[in-house]
Design a protein around this ligand. Sequence first.
Ligand code: 13P
Ligand code: SF4
Length: 315
Amino acid sequence: MSGIDYLQEIERLRKEKNAIILAHYYQVPEIQDLADYVGDSLGLAREAAKTNAQMIVFAGVHFMAETAKILNPDKLVVLPDLKAGCSLADSCPAEGFAQFLNNYPDHLVISYINCTAEVKTLSDIICTSGNAVQIVESLPKDQKIVFAPDKNLGGYINKITGRDMVLWDGTCEVHDILTAEAIVRMKAENPDALLIAHPECQAAVLELADFVGSTTALLNFTAKSSAQKFIVATESGILHQMQKSNLSKTFLIVPSDETCSCNDCPYMKLNTVEKLYLALKNEKPAIELSEEVMEKARKPIDRMLEMSLQLGLVK
Ligand code: 13P
Ligand code: SF4
């Protein structure tokens, strides 16, 4: 035992250093509860864009902290564990993506925010699961588009919008593993439950869903719905907020395999309260990017933020 009261020390240090703690819904409950803001990728990017804090402690994964740094080149952005990556971002190396794009010189490039800063520099517009459908829908019908890196989200947008976007072949290892078979079984055992799913899931899962959306959209849906039971096809961290704001409702997470009753993102779960305390105290590990990358990557992120406002998706 270290004898350190982490929560008390985090409270003291965040005031002393004028730091803000941003956390994604897939973080462990203790981190969600101590954060200044908990949200989905869009909410987190917007919060990072408007903060006056000197330092951002990002309790999420690397691409999220990178986005915060790109939006705040002069601020210190720390990630409690630098190894907190993302299989989806890893599935799209910038060099390979640049070569791929050579085949589509007249296409607009829309990239899901779950990608590296270098991939963002190759993109025209960034999107999140909270605005992807509306952003694509707002473009002219004959606009040729390459969508990267998530083929499940891209396929879902194609289906909803009737587009034929060229898709990069990437997936999230956490969502892609959820099977329609497991869900059909759960639905049979819980006929009164609604199925809600994140669009990073496979098409066969999304077709069974009563509602598809970003983590924030899923959370809002459970709060507004009159249903009392939900089968949840996404990462288990979201259950914390769902249970907190819907005390009488039941949430059943779709297991990733027969032996597991939970569904954790191994990267998100690398962050711990102790590592967060150390990052705040030691001001590292810090996110570092070249001026050139930050400048180029900022344009498609700014475009997403502007479009989200114009489309009335955020206030
Ligand atoms: P959202 O929270 O934006 O829906 O994204 C989910 C996710 O996989 C984050 O890595
Ligand atoms: Fe990446 Fe999937 Fe983890 Fe989200 S849940 S951070 S997309 S690996």
